[in-house]
Design a protein around this ligand. Structure first.
Ligand code: ZN
Ligand code: ZN
Length: 357
């Protein structure tokens, strides 16, 4: 097994403010948090690492998913949204570094107790250094990290610098390069003035419509126009700096507009450049599903898993497709395989309100 050094030294102190579900701070003052080898302390509340399912991050906003006992032998996954000041990335990387190794060790010990110790296979994520448990999966050119949502090609380190920026977009749910997008509207009425701003994570394709809306909304009072122009430039210039994935945003936009014939040649051109890309095959499967071509969508999703055997988005899509087509046995086999991939819930990120027995 390959090991990478810890991202931070422990204990790791940080300051934070708790957020509500809308992302608004619920406390005026900053609170103290601490990450140690055994627990995450938020103010005076200690959360054992064994109860933490995951931590996801969007800039300085993080969400910790924590298992809580219901008292009737069932557990519920509860979200703790926080804004961490200055250290959100470090806290997340360190926490996931520990969680991933703890889970991998438990799985390895379980396999050893069954006399299957040599079945354990772990790979360190090239993007975030979490330990990815690949014991239940075939060896493929790429590997998916559930801790940072990236797909990395294991051979060819020169590709990593751009692969770390690609993941599913929060808005269109397609494989792309989402980034922070700030929407600002200024207004003033004689002596009364103000502004409204919000943040989201979205791909350049999804930025375009929002940036035009922002420009139109700011034309009356003008102050927000430079910001709107800046966002328009970001949205439209992205393809020129997208390297081997250039054209991806135009292809994704065509899919969203229902123009499959326009999107397919773009995807094919990119695939010729990059050779393997589970994310691109996922987009192909997604677009074919939108067009109602289920058989072809299944083939594309299977190609995605041939590039990256543990790519969860393609697994979820394939399970959905199999179910839609009445191929329940195949859907169940895929679910079982993902469920045994690690000792964690396979779809932890979506299971915020899920109760398990
Ligand atoms: Zn990772
Ligand atoms: Zn998008």
């Amino acid at each position: 097994m390959e090991f990478a050094s810890q991202p931070a030294s422990l204990p790791l102190p940080f300051s934070y403010r708790p957020l509500d579900n809308e992302g608004t701070p619920t406390s005026f003052f900053r609170k103290s948090g601490m990450l140690t080898e055994a627990c995450l302390t938020l103010d005076r509340t200690e959360i054992a690492l064994t109860d933490i399912q995951s931590m996801s991050r969007r800039d300085d906003h993080v969400q910790v998913l924590v298992w809580t006992e219901d008292g009737d032998d069932s557990r519920t996954l509860l979200p703790f949204p926080l804004k961490i000041y200055g250290r959100a990335d470090l806290v997340k990387r360190q926490l996931n570094w520990m969680l991933s190794r703890r889970r991998a060790d438990r799985h390895r010990e379980l396999l050893e107790s069954q006399g299957l110790g040599d079945h354990f296979r772990g790979v360190v994520c090239p993007s975030c250094q979490a330990m990815i448990d690949l014991s239940s999966f075939e060896s493929t050119p790429q590997v998916y990290c559930e801790y940072c949502d990236t797909v990395s090609t294991l051979q060819g380190a020169e590709r990593l610098h751009y692969e770390a920026n690609y993941r599913l977009c929060d808005c269109c749910e397609m494989f792309s390069s989402p980034r922070k997008f700030t929407t600002v509207y200024f207004y003033y009425l004689i002596i009364f003035y103000g502004w409204h701003s919000s943040h989201s994570h979205r791909c350049p394709g999804c930025m375009r419509g929002e940036a035009w809306k922002m420009l139109a909304g700011n034309l009356v009072f003008m102050l927000g126009v430079p910001m709107a122009c800046y966002q328009l430039i970001r949205a439209y210039s992205s393809d020129r700096i997208a390297g081997p994935f250039r054209g991806l945003h135009a292809g994704n936009l065509a899919v969203r507009r229902g123009q499959l014939r326009k999107a397919l040649p773009i995807y094919e051109q990119i695939l010729e450049r990059v050779n393997v890309s589970a994310g691109l095959h996922y987009n192909l499967a997604y677009s074919l599903l939108q067009a109602g071509q289920l058989e072809q969508a299944v083939q594309a999703a299977e190609l995605s898993l041939a590039d990256c055997s543990n790519y969860t988005p393609s697994c979820s899509l394939l399970v959905y497709l199999y179910t839609q087509m009445g191929r329940d046995d195949q859907a169940e086999a895929l679910r079982r395989r993902w469920g045994s991939a690690s000792l964690t819930e396979p779809y932890g990120r979506q299971a915020v309100d899920e109760t398990i027995n």
